[in-house]
Design a protein around this ligand. Structure first.
Ligand SMILES: CCCCCCCCCCCC(=O)SCCNC(=O)CCNC(=O)[C@H](O)C(C)(C)COP(=O)(O)OP(=O)(O)OC[C@H]1O[C@@H](n2cnc3c(N)ncnc32)[C@H](O)[C@@H]1OP(=O)(O)O
Length: 250
């Protein structure tokens, strides 16, 4: 059982290499310059019963989100040095509403745990209403960048994003970085909220692996405005690598 779970988890890492395949299957949508409210009413051309890569643009993405997406996505392309082609160290992570479902062997793991379980951050059906985000990882630099557009259903203080929603995304981004080399869980998360994030705005979340000591991974995260001039949130987190049996209650 332990061996088969480990094999399944390795499928998560395969998601990184699946990204190229998925972008071919779901070509990027053109985004109009309609107002945010009109954009958020647009209906996505997919059904939740089929796997859908949420990390690809949809009509609710505003100009800042699109600009940043295109910037980081272009860094994922193959780099050419003279005659030689080199794979870029940047990868876009595809985003599904079930973490392991579409990775190798993931369907089996999904059934084994809870068939109705879905990833918290990918559950709001109305485009643009909740967490619109895409994650890019740089494996060489042990760095993760998330572009987030926070929708109106994430309200905390009037007109601004709920601190818990921000914490959720910080946990997701730092967790993703910590999990690149194997399963890991958050042991500790410290957050300093420096300035409120207006609903509907786009922010950049950057996460770095600061230190690794045995099973412990110390990760930091910074949330800023797209141009980097405004600091919204800072966080540090401790992740512990785990054996997947830890999740099976054994
Ligand atoms: C999956 C793909 C995702 C990929 C994509 C990611 C998307 C979502 C990511 C979300 C991630 C989450 O939300 S995870 C969900 C939230 N987290 C949880 O529910 C975790 C609940 N806690 C636990 O299960 C456990 O406490 C663990 C696994 C964190 C640690 O338990 P353990 O493995 O038994 O380790 P333990 O012996 O207690 O501790 C080992 C060492 O770490 C230290 N240590 C332990 N906890 C702490 C702590 N809070 N603060 C400081 N230090 C600590 C201990 O002192 C010890 O140090 P020394 O004596 O060795 O020096």
């Amino acid at each position: 059982m332990a061996r088969s779970l480990d094999r399944l988890y390795k499928g998560f890492r395969n998601l990184v290499s699946l990204s190229a395949m998925w972008s071919m299957k779901h070509p990027i949508y053109s985004v109009s310059s309609r107002s945010p409210s009109v954009r958020s009413m647009a209906v996505l051309p997919f059904s939740f019963s089929k796997p859908w890569d949420f990390s690809l643009p949809n009509p609710s993405w505003g100009p800042e989100m699109m600009q940043l997406y295109e910037h980081y996505n272009s860094m994922c392309e193959v780099e050419t040095e003279g005659e030689e082609k080199q794979e870029s160290s940047w990868k876009r992570l595809p985003g599904y509403n079930r973490l392991l479902k579409y990775a190798t062997g993931g369907v089996y793991l999904s059934k084994m745990i809870q068939s109705k379980a879905r990833l918290f951050t990918r559950n709001i059906r109305e485009p643009g209403a909740g967490f619109e985000y895409v994650l890019f990882v740089n494996i060489k630099e042990q760095k993760c960048v998330c572009i987030l557009q926070a929708g109106h259903l994430l309200e905390g203080p009037p007109g601004h994003v709920h601190g818990g929603a921000i914490a959720t995304m910080i946990d997701t981004v730092t967790g993703c970085l910590a999990s690149l080399s194997g399963a890991a869980m958050t042991a500790n998360l410290n957050i300093n909220y420096r300035s409120p994030i207006p609903l509907g705005s786009t922010v950049v979340m950057e996460s770095f692996l600061d230190k690794k000591e045995g099973r412990k991974m110390f990760v930091s995260c910074k949330v800023t405005s797209p141009d980097g001039t405004k600091l919204h949130t800072e966080a540090t987190a401790l992740f512990l690598s785990i054996n997947l049996n830890h999740l099976m209650g054994r």
